[in-house]
Design a binder for this molecule. Structure first.
Ligand SMILES: [Zn+2]
Length: 104
């Protein structure tokens, strides 16, 4: 059956370190349970509460009822973070420049 690792993660690093973050989610588990009843295939969405976990920029939902129910989420757009880092670097550069050119 499915492994307990989230999608895209198969190594030991995750197992040792765990997710980067974990937070409650309003999403209900979209995992589709499939089984057979009287020889007929049955499909039903799990619908249990989930928590959102993140690791190395990937995000996914983990079912609170069944650990193997993981659902991929779109990767976090980190361009905002990049912009903030760029801005912080510029401020730091400007400060250094002021120090270097200061007339002691
Ligand atoms: Zn589930």
């Amino acid at each position: 059956m499915t492994s307990n690792y989230p999608p895209g993660v198969s190594g030991n690093e995750y197992a040792i370190a765990g997710p980067d973050y974990e937070e409650g989610s309003d999403e209900l588990c979209p995992f589709v349970r499939r089984w057979e009843e009287d020889g007929e295939p049955v499909e039903l969405e799990c619908g249990e509460p989930t928590v959102e976990q993140g690791y190395a920029g990937d995000r996914w939902l983990v079912c609170t009822a069944e650990e193997s129910h993981t659902t991929d989420l779109p990767r976090q757009d980190d361009s905002d973070e990049d912009r903030m880092i760029d801005a912080a670097m510029e401020v730091a550069d400007a400060k250094r420049e002021r120090l270097e050119t200061a007339d002691w």
